[in-house]
Ligand binder design. Structure first.
Ligand code: CMX
Ligand code: CO
Length: 140
């Protein structure tokens, strides 16, 4: 079902500072910057590699408010890995296949993600404590 890891999401207090750190340390390039009001984040995607089905990235996330998912995470756990996102061919199909296994979906339907993708989240408590995102890349 999973083609690849699409991205790792990192919770940051200061997006600009972490863009500088990640691009300098790993020699990565920012390929997109977006504000996603629905997800409550200001974000940047740093490109790692291209593969079959799409690229892989580091997603740096700064919360738009303290009561957003990333804002709450920062208050509870501090900066660091927030979620892992798997690339799938069809997000709606992956959602139904996975929910049939008893894993709770956090989204009833796919939502808009980075760079024109369609995304959905799985409950971290049902995935060994890992907040999991499913990503369907836009058709080329
Ligand atoms: N990873 C692992 N566990 C997490 C977590 C995370 N990122 N965020 C919360 N949890 C855990 C908490 O530690 C808590 O566990 P305990 O009860 O054992 O302490 C439990 O989940 C519930 O936490 P909560 O604070 O009551 O719940 P929240 O209101 O913070 O909601 C979650 C948690 C996962 C449902 C919410 O963050 C969510 O809906 N996330 C999906 C959307 C999202 O994260 N968007 C931002 C990224 C956007 C993008 O990638 O494009
Ligand atoms: Co993400």
């Amino acid at each position: 079902m999973f083609m690849r890891i699409d991205h790792i999401g990192i919770a940051c207090r200061d997006l600009e500072e972490k863009i500088e750190l990640f691009s300098r340390t790993f020699e990565l390039t920012v390929v997109a910057r977006e504000v996603n009001e629905e997800q409550g984040v200001k974000e940047a995607m740093l490109h790692i590699a291209d593969g079959e089905g799409g690229g892989s990235y580091i997603q740096l996330l700064e919360p738009l408010s303290d009561d957003s998912p990333v804002g709450k995470f920062l208050a509870r756990r501090g900066e660091g890995v927030h979620h892992v996102a798997f690339g799938v061919a069809d997000v709606a199909e992956a959602m139904s296949t996975i929910s049939e296994k008893g894993v709770r979906l956090l989204d009833e339907r796919p939502r808009h993600g980075s760079m024109g993708s369609e995304i959905a989240f799985l409950h971290p408590k049902d995935v060994g404590g890992m907040l999991t995102e499913l990503v369907q890349a836009p058709k080329p």
